[in-house]
Design a protein around this ligand. Structure first.
Ligand SMILES: NC(=O)c1ccc[n+]([C@@H]2O[C@H](COP(=O)([O-])OP(=O)(O)OC[C@H]3O[C@@H](n4cnc5c(N)ncnc54)[C@H](O)[C@@H]3O)[C@@H](O)[C@H]2O)c1
Ligand SMILES: O=C(O)[C@H](O)CO
Length: 324
């Protein structure tokens, strides 16, 4: 009898996906959903043919330095995979896959929601009401900024950035300015009547809202630090659903406290789930716990996409979403 590959899922996944995984493979599920410790990750790499990690697992060079590892594939649940050390994975001959495309629509919906929440002061209003501080309607209570017709800058014009542009342009009549380090297809720009900025510095002063949709920072220098925050309009808003390390959080706190920008909304953080305490004290800041892709439909789609990658790998094909 052929032995089935052994598979470890490092976090709780949608039940429908876990059921199929368990049918196909000798699967160990993380039913208590506690992230694995570094020692448990190393043990997993010695024990399982496939490990299915996600953004909460630190697969750095030290964790991957397991001489007698059994694992041949890390099939990541999620698009971003910066938590997996690429050179170490290559050196160990590991195959790494991710789940592109699926989260883009959900993330774009979410970015649009954050943009509206920040601009219209939704969190401040909710906090106010729940605290029992709303005594009467008045015309100057929590005055926000109009969103329709304003200018939206999108940095990183890939899947999520393009989805956001469609929503903002068709739904809210916003003017779209984009910047991407790669060449952008002019036909895609045309669909949303977008103009392309020369670089990030060129884009920032033009925009009422700036939304980040690029990959994680590749250097120690965040994409948006103090200098670039100063290039934004004094009443503009910064939205980040991409990765926490793109924004210098201390510089953002400074900009929010001294009101050199209008406000911000963050779904991702430098050291999540730990949150810089100074961020918590900024009223003009919307904070959400990395929920951009958190819909039932999307989480299932992500899980089934991991399954496709595993089937490809164990059936001897090159996985569809191989990134390493
Ligand atoms: N908040 C969430 O839950 C959530 C969910 C899904 C994805 N994400 C994150 O959102 C980001 C975007 O996802 P996507 O699906 O659109 O990715 P994508 O690969 O389709 O698009 C990213 C785009 O950014 C561009 N880019 C990369 N670095 C850049 C830079 N420094 N300056 C300008 N452009 C740059 C790339 O050329 C590409 O066009 C990723 O970081 C991803 O991890 C977050
Ligand atoms: O990149 C993604 O898919 C989400 O941020 C979860 O990791």
């Amino acid at each position: 009898m052929m032995t089935r590959p052994t598979v470890l899922v490092t976090r709780r996944w949608p039940a429908a996906v876990e059921a199929v995984l368990s049918e196909r493979y000798d699967t160990v599920l993380n039913t208590c959903d506690v992230p694995l410790s570094p020692a448990e990750i190393r043990r997993a790499l010695k024990t399982f043919d496939a490990v299915l990690p996600t953004v909460t697992d630190r697969l750095d060079a030290e964790a991957l330095d397991v001489p007698d590892a059994r694992t041949r594939i890390l099939a990541n649940f999620g698009y971003g995979y910066a938590h997996i050390c690429e050179p170490a994975a290559r050196q160990r001959g590991l195959t790494v896959t991710n789940t592109p495309d699926n989260p883009s629509e959900c993330t774009a919906d979410f970015a649009m929601m954050l943009l509206l929440m920040a601009g219209r002061r939704a969190c401040e209003g909710e906090r106010n009401l729940r605290a029992g501080n709303w005594s009467r309607w008045c015309p100057d209570h929590l005055i926000g900024t109009r969103v329709s017709g304003k200018t939206l800058g999108i940095i990183g014009f890939g899947n999520a950035g393009q989805e956001l542009a469609r929503r903002a342009y068709h739904g809210f009549g916003m003017r779209i300015v984009v910047q991407d380090e790669e060449r952008i297809d002019p036909a895609i720009l045309e669909q949303v009547d977008a103009t392309q900025a020369k670089d990030v510095d060129d884009l920032l002063p033009l925009c009422d809202f700036v939304s980040l949709h690029c990959a994680e920072a590749r250097s120690n220098e965040p994409l948006i630090g103090a200098r670039r925050l100063n290039l934004m309009k004094a009443d503009a808003f910064l939205i980040n659903t991409a990765r926490g390390d793109l924004v210098d959080e201390a510089a953002l706190v400074h900009a929010l406290i001294f009101e050199t920008i209008g406000g911000a909304a963050l779904d991702v953080f430098v050291r999540e789930p730990r949150i810089n305490a100074d961020l918590l004290n900024c009223d003009n800041l919307v904070l959400l716990p990395h929920l951009g892709g958190a819909t039932r439909e999307n989480r299932e789609a992500m899980g089934f996409r991991v399954l496709e990658n595993l089937s490809d790998f164990f059936d001897g094909r090159d996985p569809r979403d191989r990134v390493i």
